[in-house]
Write a protein that binds this ligand. Structure first.
Ligand code: PEP
Ligand code: MN
Length: 649
């Protein structure tokens, strides 16, 4: 049982509570849990929870029905997001929430060259953290045992060169202290999951911990081991499913896919998967990795070696760099299907060129400027914003789309998030037109969000009490089949989906429901009556991130800036003569530039004249793109380069 203390609880209140609980047969333990101060009461005591809840200094009492408390969702309903190493020049890496975090590296650090080479390779493919063992718990005492502290020093150098925080295994309490300043996250290996002295020591060191599941551990035993870490003081624990021992011998272990949704239901902690140790066969690792993402894993830790055949440990399960590259592309394509985004972080080389933009830890730093979006709390745009910048980033709500551009231009927001296109209903032309009005604003990133609609209403409402449904007209259009089943409902169009939810919460209406995202229900304290009511589940909205131009350059928020831009958006009109558009498209074709979107829009005030909105790929050789732009300018009128950025798949 957990007693959460109110912020005003004084020392006298706390002492009275301790006495109250001890008198009733509990052992008490006090600690901070996130921002809350709590008293954990364990043992076979008996107490009237309502009476306890009324005592001075008590905010609420969480009675857990499980043997673990701090790790339980009953104690903390919202997902924990673990931030690893936000220390310059390393960008912070978040695990949990709406992102997929990929950790990669060799099984073991074998030499300075090997870890430097591997770090560069996995970083290039998009891994954001570096793994590698310096102390290897091997089944045979004669197998390679790791390079020890020297290996860890090589790893630190490699991580810093690539802007990747490290995770490495700690095998004894004595080593934990020595390793503390060299690693960013401790890994407790599968064999040590129930080494309780190790858990107690490592949980008290103030570093995030990756806790692997023991090969023979039940989910409950695994969560109790995590409880040891939290009870020792850390809040930052990530669970890692890495396969369990079953009667099957074809694969090294059996990946317990069902553990992912089960544990995510039982606990608020992030869950990642190690497909390498789970299957043990290189050719099966990627399938297992994708299955894990589909099942809801918050990330992966994958073994990659530049030359797996020469690896000193776990070569047969280590991916070739090309296999890892392919896997990362597949994850990027899969992530939006499960409503997530593959986490990217900036390379140190690019961080140095940023000016005053939100750090990827979510920008908790004081005085930081917000990112603007249009709509109410819980709007899809707010979800996209958090996906791009982190949950903790300060946000500025504005009432109209031009308001986002104004805020960015005046400098009251550092960036803005603007919806431009839906996969079913097409472009949001109003916003495209704004780019022409606000020439000093550029597109610096994009993000695609899967749109899952819910029917949302007051706690007391049910499907048969509803008579009116409110939403944005697009919400109605996208849920047409569902709404056809309830022809007696009156549809009330409003300007935003989250706004519909907010209005119901304000009015306390019980006969009215809204169509909006789940986040809007959470934000306004309403209930989801039905989820997934959109007709076509492949429903995505593309948002662009805008920022101010500084001369010719746009400033790129670090969380979007990993790698060179590979996509650009252009707008132009062409002379009214035969072959004019063809000539422009030929320039792109001749330079091998792929066209991913071409749309024409009437020019305001010039009847029957059109602007072309074009999205193109940016070739790796930047010079080619610059030349194409130069040639296009010569062949077009009203040429606008809206921005070059990293495409979101
Ligand atoms: C490892 O990740 O290097 C490792 C040894 O894994 P496990 O503890 O899961 O066997
Ligand atoms: Mn290994």
């Amino acid at each position: 049982m957990i007693v959460v203390l109110s912020k005003s609880a004084g020392s006298h209140d706390k002492e009275m509570l301790r006495i109250y609980l001890r008198d009733r047969g509990f052992t008490v333990r006090e600690q901070f849990f996130g921002e809350d101060e709590i008293i954990g009461a364990s043992g076979k005591g008996v107490v009237d929870i309502r009476e306890l809840g009324l005592l001075p200094g008590v905010e609420r009492v969480a009675a857990t029905s499980k043997p673990y408390e701090l790790v339980s969702r009953e104690t903390k309903a919202e997902d924990t997001i673990v931030t690893v190493a936000a220390r310059p020049p390393l960008p912070g890496v978040m695990i949990g929430g709406s992102r997929i975090t990929v950790i990669a590296g060799p099984c073991a650090v074998e030499s300075r060259e090997q870890i430097m080479e591997t770090a560069a390779l996995v970083r290039e493919s998009g891994a954001v953290m570096l793994r590698g063992g310096a102390y290897k718990p091997r089944t045979s005492p004669y197998a390679f045992q790791g390079l020890g502290m020297r290996g860890l020093e090589f790893m630190k150098e490699a991580g810093e060169a690539q802007g990747m925080p490290l995770v490495t295994e700690v095998v004894s309490p004595e080593l934990a202290l020595q390793m503390k300043d060299l690693t960013d996250m401790f890994q407790i290996g599968a064999r040590n999951m129930q080494n309780f002295e190790l858990l107690k020591k490592v949980g008290g060191l103030g570093k995030p911990v990756l806790l692997k599941r023991g090969p023979s551990a039940t989910i409950e035993e695994w969560l109790l081991s995590a409880e040891y870490l939290l009870a020792a003081g850390t809040a930052d624990v990530v669970l890692c499913e890495r396969g369990i021992r079953t009667f099957e011998t074809y694969t090294r272990n059996t990946l317990d896919i069902s553990a992912i949704p089960v544990v995510k239901g039982l606990s608020h902690l992030p869950v990642i998967v190690d497909p390498s140790h789970a299957v043990g066969i290189r050719g099966k690792v990627s399938s297992a990795a994708l299955a894990a993402v589909a099942a809801g894993a918050d990330g992966l830790t994958v073994e990659v070696h530049p030359r797996p055949d020469e690896a000193l440990s776990d070569g047969p399960q280590s991916l070739y760099p090309e296999q890892f590259e392919r896997l990362m592309r597949d994850i990027q394509a899969l992530a939006p299907v499960v409503g997530k985004e593959l986490l990217r972080t900036p390379h140190p080389a690019s961080i140095r060129s940023f000016h005053g933009l939100p750090p990827p830890d979510g920008g908790k730093a004081a005085g930081q400027k917000p990112v603007a979006f249009c709509g109410e709390n819980g709007a899809f745009a707010e979800q996209a914003l958090m996906r791009a910048f982190g949950e903790g980033v300060p946000r500025l709500q504005v009432q109209s789309f031009p308001g986002i551009f104004d805020a960015v231009l005046e400098g009251s927001a550092i960036a803005g998030v603007v919806p431009v296109e839906n996969s079913q209903t097409g472009s949001i032309h109003e916003n495209y037109d704004l780019f022409l009005r606000y020439g000093d604003v550029a597109i610096v990133g994009e993000i695609k969000l899967r749109i899952v609609h819910c029917l949302i209403a007051d706690e007391r409402a049910a499907l048969d009490t509803i008579t009116v449904v409110r939403s944005h007209p697009q919400g109605f259009a996208q849920c047409k089949h569902f709404l056809e089943k309830y022809p007696h409902w009156t549809l009330e169009p409003v300007t935003s989906t989250a706004g519909a939810v907010a209005s119901i919460a304000r009015e306390g209406a019980v006969k009215v429901a809204a169509i909006a995202g789940e986040a809007a229900a959470l934000a306004h304290g309403l209930k989801v009556l039905k989820t997934g009511i959109e007709t076509n589940p492949l429903n995505y909205t593309r948002f662009v991130i805008i920022s101010r131009r500084l001369g010719d350059r746009a400033v790129v928020p670090p969380s979007l800036g990993s790698g060179a831009p590979n996509k650009a958006s252009l707008v132009f009109s062409v002379p009214d003569e035969p072959g004019a558009l063809f000539a422009c498209l030929k320039i792109l074709s001749d330079r091998g530039i792929n066209l991913s979107k071409l749309e024409s829009r009437p020019i305001q005030g010039k009847p029957w004249e059109y602007l072309f909105y074009v999205d193109v790929s940016v070739p790796e050789a930047a010079g080619d793109f610059e030349k194409a732009i130069g040639e296009l300018k010569a062949k077009t009128r009203d040429f606008h380069h809206l921005g070059a950025y990293r495409a979101s798949l």
